[in-house]
Design a protein around this ligand. Structure first.
Ligand code: ATP
Ligand code: MG
Length: 585
């Protein structure tokens, strides 16, 4: 079974803290008899597509359940009708299934609990621990007060003020609450608030709102309701309804925990327990649905599944594998303290997997004609090429060779710089899987641009069977001109130039967008077999990197007459260098 780490960090260093503190909690809860078995849940709000941060959260939920022989529910936390939509539910389901997690018949919706939640609200009102308030939203926050720095710059939270409606009688509250539900009042005219402590240093405990009036059509419950429960009320009680033992969530909910416990206690329901872990942050990336939604809405990207997006759908279209993502999350661990993970480490995990699993082929991004002058006109020959040297079961394929080939324009230099081992007049290189050729010169068009390169081949060097005296320093890739497949290639760079995009002035991360994050290369040529590549199939283009046959966006339904390949990641491992540096420091 997959483990979520251990104390070893990606750079090889050891952390002090046990990154497996969640397991420790769970073990103790089982040993003490607090819970008999383990039940977790992944609770996305269907208001955006899942990103790699959610991947961490859902892996923690699913793997902890699996580790202790329990179950993990998928619950859509859909209590905010303004922003939620069925298309988000579908995208979330698709992404979790793609990662390989199975929730079978354990798919739930907070919106199915509206009646149950309402009953619990009534229960709390009957105890005298919740009241209907007539203050407006602005008045509520004004009465609640704010944290202010004192003269020594120490943050203080002077007590808030009680609402004049705080001491309404139970009967009146019950009547008003049922009238709120019945549609008697305008949106925003009243709220139901928990009666906790207007002097609490934790502002969240200053009589938080439980229900608000909103005449919005919900994507599942339609117009059945005009009052909707707030997150802090709905979440713990939905957990309790499902008998969730360990409600695992990211660290920003730590401050909500007293409220989580308060609602469970007051509603007298199953005692679910909340445990927090650090959010995942990645360099050169923003991870928040709100911010990602803005990138989509303002068309900085082509959609939620743009291959530059850190969404699971974007990463999938980019060529990421479930195995690479799972390995990444397992290795970074689930420490309590937050940190930002270097995106080069994510790319390292991806390369590790692709190197083992992807078929090698040849493709030329910037084609230049190479003519083998001493090759007989019209003759072709089949050569054997290895599909994947890392996987002996991957076999071999035949590739055609003949007089006219495409090579990479960069692999020829009329006047080579020092240490250039590729083609230049007088120099010999090996054409991968084929012959050693010696460059004899080039043709130029009227503008002086190089239009073709000429060479001669040595018949004794076929397919790597070079006699010992024919060693050459360079090997270059090529494709046979007559059966090459035209390709469009999309090359990506980080979406943001800044390592921490949210550090931008006024947090306007869009200012730090990388204008060159997408380069379109039309006119590339690939080996004949690429004509049959299936959408989502991954390849290593020899010497160039890993590429994936694009799955046209679900969002745009783009028509691709020429096969499109997305560059997933280059071959060069930048992480190894960083890791060595870190170790040495
Ligand atoms: P965002 O900030 O991206 O909008 P969210 O917390 O509002 O995320 P939810 O759909 O409510 O989105 O999140 C579902 C779960 O995913 C929550 O339990 C949350 O703690 C967790 N989660 C969200 N972002 C991250 C992250 N970057 N790292 C780890 N867990 C995350
Ligand atoms: Mg949330």
């Amino acid at each position: 079974m997959e483990t979520i780490n251990n104390k070893t960090q990606p750079d090889g260093s050891e952390t002090e803290e046990s990154a497996d503190f969640i397991s420790e909690f769970i073990k103790a809860d089982l040993a003490s008899g607090r819970y008999a078995s383990v039940r977790t849940r992944f609770p996305p709000e269907p208001n955006g597509w899942l990103h790699i941060g959610h991947c961490k959260a859902l892996m923690v939920d699913f793997i902890m359940a699996e580790r202790f022989g329990g179950t993990c529910n998928l619950r859509f936390d859909d209590t905010n009708p303004e922003k939620e939509d069925i298309s988000y539910v579908e995208a979330i389901r698709r992404d979790i299934a793609w990662l390989g997690f199975n929730w079978e018949d354990r798919e739930y919706y907070a919106s199915d609990y509206y009646e149950y939640l309402y009953d619990l609200a009534v229960r709390i009102v009957k105890k005298g621990h919740a009241y209907v308030d007539d203050l407006s939203d602005e008045e509520i926050s004004d009465y609640r007060g704010t944290a202010v720095p004192d003269k020594n710059n120490i943050t203080e939270t002077p007590p808030g003020r009680n609402s004049p409606f705080r001491d309404r009688g139970i009967e009146e509250n019950l009547l008003l609450l049922s009238q709120m539900r019945g549609g008697k009042f305008a949106d925003g005219a009243k709220t139901l608030r928990a009666k906790i402590d207007m002097a609490s240093p934790n502002l969240l405990l200053r009589d938080p709102v439980m229900y608000r009036i909103r005449r919005e059509t919900h994507y599942r419950t339609g117009n059945d309701w005009c009052i909707y429960p707030m997150y802090d009320f709905a979440h713990p009680l939905s957990d309790a309804k499902e008998g969730i033992t360990h409600s695992l969530c990211s660290l920003e909910y730590e401050i909500h925990r007293p409220l989580y416990d308060w609602f469970i206690r007051e509603a007298e329901v199953f005692p679910s327990r909340q445990i927090e872990f650090a959010r995942l942050n990645l360099t050169y990336t923003v991870l928040s649905k709100r911010h990602l939604l803005r990138l989509v809405q303002e068309k900085h990207v082509s959609g939620w599944d743009d291959p530059r997006m850190p969404t699971l759908a974007g990463l999938r279209r980019r060529g990421y594998t479930p195995a690479a993502l799972r390995s990444f999350i397992s290795q970074i661990g689930i420490a309590k303290t937050g940190s930002t993970v270097d995106i080069a480490f994510l790319e390292y995990c991806l390369r590790e997997d692709l190197n083992k699993t992807s078929r090698r082929v040849m493709a030329v991004l910037k084609p230049l004609k190479l003519i083998v002058d001493n090759w007989e006109e019209g003759k072709t020959e089949n050569l054997e090429a290895v599909n994947n040297p890392e996987d002996e079961n991957a076999g071999t394929r035949t590739i055609r060779f003949g007089k006219e080939l495409w090579i990479e324009a960069d692999d020829f230099a009329e006047n080579p710089p020092p240490k250039y081992f590729r083609l230049f007049p007088g120099n010999a290189v090996r054409l991968r899987y084929a012959y050693i050729v010696t460059c004899t010169g080039c043709d130029k068009d009227s503008a002086g641009n190089i239009s073709a390169v000429h060479c001669t081949f040595d018949p004794a060097t076929r397919g790597g069977n070079a006699p010992d005296n024919r060693r050459v320093k360079g090997t270059i890739h090529w494709v046979f001109a007559s059966n090459a497949v035209p390709l469009e290639v999309r090359v990506y760079d980080h979406l943001f130039l800044a390592e921490k995009p949210m550090d931008a002035p006024k947090e306007d991360y869009t200012a730090g967008l990388n204008p060159d994050s997408l380069k379109l290369i039309s006119g590339a040529r690939g080996e004949a077999c690429l004509a049959e590549a299936k959408a989502g199939e991954r390849f290593q283009f020899e010497r160039l990197g890993y590429f994936v046959k694009d799955c046209p966006s679900i969002m745009s339904g783009e028509d691709q007459s020429v096969p499109v390949f997305n560059k997933t990641v280059g071959l060069r491992d930048t992480w190894a260098k960083i890791a060595t540096k870190v170790k040495l420091a």
